[in-house]
Design a protein around this ligand. Structure first.
Ligand code: SF4
Ligand code: SF4
Ligand code: SF4
Length: 301
């Protein structure tokens, strides 16, 4: 990975020195080996801090939202999942392609700094022997789908086992069991909204959960309000979630959010597809539930 890191630095330096971009988004090292974190280089000197290593797991596409109203040109590194996030933002008209210089990296799979921190804390009694991030064990697209320059060797999808096996287990429960299952996991949600903040598809300027006039969803962490939060977020993700797994990765109480997302991925593909969100960028294209025709079936209303 050192070779790739050096190439990234070379490209970033060239782009910043020539004035082709104003900011380059990549990763830098924190205090510990596992503390790789997002980094914003603005000068050629900053570039020296850039790293690309086994902990470069974060989806950097989400940080483009901080620049969506400006005119800055942005360079950034994308793995497969991040690149699908870029397609999400372009399809949602949240960014313009000509403001981006995209350095794609074929991704061999990453470790999760948060998980490693928990494992090293001594609080986790059963640290995983194989510390590949959970999201990388169900990755269907490790290679970037959109880029200006591509680095590294093409990788095979890291998916382990049958893709929707866990979703099918939940589908096979009866309604009562399913309610108990979700009531159990969602009752632990502390409504910190980390899953929303980290999500590239959660890109509304005003979020329904922040509004107070009217207040659409209560602020309590009651099971009713928690379920409403997760149901509304899920419905907003249908056909739009690019399966980057960041929401589940950052959840401080380990709620299996990808179960909900994968159910939506599976249903949207079966009902409107085959369809996988963010797999290619076609100007003007929209995900299935973002368009309608006047003669769409509506007898369920
Ligand atoms: S989800 Fe895929 S592309 Fe993203 S970090 Fe994991 S292996 Fe790489
Ligand atoms: S990150 Fe976890 S605890 Fe926080 S709002 Fe999302 S599901 Fe709830
Ligand atoms: S819902 Fe989760 S997996 Fe889907 S795009 Fe958002 S952060 Fe990524």
């Amino acid at each position: 990975m050192m070779d790739i890191a050096n190439k990234i630095k070379e490209i970033a330096k060239k782009l910043l020195e020539s004035g082709e971009i104003d900011v380059f988004i990549a990763w830098e090292k924190g205090n510990f080996d596992y503390q790789t974190r997002p980094f914003f280089a603005r000068t050629a000197d900053d570039v020296e801090k850039i790293v690309f290593d086994e902990y470069s797991v974060h989806n950097l596409a989400n940080f483009l939202l901080k620049y969506r109203d400006g005119k800055e040109k942005i360079g950034l590194v994308v793995k497969g999942c991040d690149s699908r996030g870029i397609v999400r933002l372009l399809e949602d008209s949240q960014f313009q392609r000509d403001r981006l210089y995209i350095v794609g990296v074929c991704c061999p799979g990453m470790k999760d700094p948060l998980q490693t921190m928990k494992d090293n804390s001594g609080l986790n009694k059963n640290p995983a022997a194989d510390s590949l991030a959970a999201k990388c064990k169900s990755c269907i697209q490790p290679n970037p789908v959109i880029y200006d320059e591509l680095l590294g060797e093409q990788q095979n999808p890291g998916i382990e086992g049958e893709r929707f096996a866990r979703v099918r287990e939940i589908e096979n429960m009866d309604a009562g069991e399913r309610y108990q299952f979700f009531a159990g996991v969602l009752s632990q949600c502390i409504r910190c909204y980390a899953c929303r903040q980290v999500c590239v598809a959660c890109n509304c300027r005003t979020c329904i959960f922040d509004e107070t006039r009217p207040q659409w969803v209560g602020r309590e962490t009651s099971i009713e309000d928690n379920m409403m939060y997760h149901l509304v977020r899920a419905s907003h993700m249908a056909g739009r979630c690019i399966e980057c797994g960041e929401c589940e990765r950052v959840c401080p109480v380990n709620i299996p959010l990808m179960l909900i997302n994968q159910k939506l991925v599976k249903d949207v593909s079966e009902l409107y597809g085959p369809y996988e969100a963010g797999m290619e960028y076609i100007e003007g294209a929209k995900p299935p539930l973002s368009t309608y025709k006047e003669n769409d079936p509506d007898d369920f209303i």
